[in-house]
Design a protein around this ligand. Structure first.
Ligand code: DAK
Length: 261
């Protein structure tokens, strides 16, 4: 499928996806969701990929769901738009490879929710975050009411959700909503460096760590520990054995199963 909104670039197993609809501040419309679904399916079919980076072109990461498209919808269309979007966000969050948001500018509404569906958020000092749906008489529809309290704490989340205020990247850092803030010109170099670092680790271990951390949050501590023990075991006679051997032999690991056994 040819994309009109998503621009992709790939190097060393790291796929960079740039949302490119800058005239509308990269607002999320139906075409975005169609392209994103296709992209997610193609990423899931490519085990050699090691990380995905997502960013926005221009002064916004994403300024929210496309208000101009939503305003004309009737109830059935609104419901279909909502269901399609939720499914896209869920499959995006459940990608096996790590996903890093390079938040270059406004991350508002659906844009803040998109960033929160990523595994790690690095923000430009120029970025602004917000859930301004209450200004429109709406509530977030892509799990913002659920992810924000988990990532930023209930008080901070409710402050943002109830006021609709935009917060700076530094405030987002203080809340735990982003993991690092860098100067605008350092955003992509820093994010790529981070993606490369993750890509150099055991690929199976990286995927399992992501899955386990997310699964434990949903299922609770005890169930999460059970899952962890099970996944831990699967790395023996496999990537984990190679990693441990490499440490003892003072060499770099070769992350292939064939070499590990
Ligand atoms: N949708 C469509 N167009 C948008 C947009 C958006 N969210 N945000 C900006 N634009 C457009 C503007 O209309 C303008 O278009 P033209 O007038 O040039 O044609 C262009 O982008 C540039 O914007 P501005 O001229 O406003 O730029 P400024 O720098 O002055 O202001 C701003 C930047 C980000 C502060 C401002 O544009 C703004 O406040 N934008 C709206 C932000 C917002 O309210 N975002 C939340 C959207 S609501 C659901 C699922 C999802 C949702 C809800 C329910 N279900 C599943 C049930 C999500 C809702 C949202 O995300």
């Amino acid at each position: 499928m040819d994309y009109q909104i998503l621009k992709t670039a790939e190097a060393d197993g790291i796929l960079t996806v740039t949302l490119s609809r800058p005239k509308a501040l990269n607002a999320l419309n139906s075409l975005f969701f169609k392209e994103m679904d296709d992209l997610i399916a193609s990423v899931a079919r490519r085990p050699e990929l090691k990380a995905l980076v997502i960013t926005g072109e221009g002064k916004a990461f994403v300024a929210g769901a496309d208000i101009a498209e939503m305003v004309g919808m009737n109830s059935a269309e609104g419901s279909a738009f909502s269901k399609a979007g939720q499914a896209t966000f869920n499959s995006f969050e459940n990608l096996e490879i790590p996903v890093i948001a390079a938040v270059n500018g406004f991350a508002l509404g659906g844009g803040c929710e998109l960033a929160m569906a990523c595994d790690i958020r690095i923000a430009s000092s120029a970025a602004k975050f917000g859930q301004p749906e209450v200004n429109l008489g709406l509530v977030p529809g892509y799990a913002g009411t659920q992810r924000l309290p988990r990532q930023a704490g209930l008080g901070n989340a409710l402050y943002m959700l109830l006021t609709g205020d935009l917060i700076s990247a530094e405030e987002a850092l203080r809340m735990g909503l982003v993991q690092k803030v860098v100067e605008p010109d350092q955003l992509m170099p820093e994010v790529i460096k981070l993606a490369q670092k993750i890509a150099s680790k055991g690929p199976k271990a990286v995927r399992k760590a992501k899955k386990l951390a997310r699964a434990g949050l949903l299922s609770g501590f005890e169930k999460g520990c059970d899952l962890e023990a099970g996944e831990f075991g699967t790395l023996f006679g496999n990537e984990g054995t190679e990693g441990m051997k490499a440490f003892l032999e003072k060499r770099k690991p070769n992350w292939t199963m064939e070499k590990a056994i």
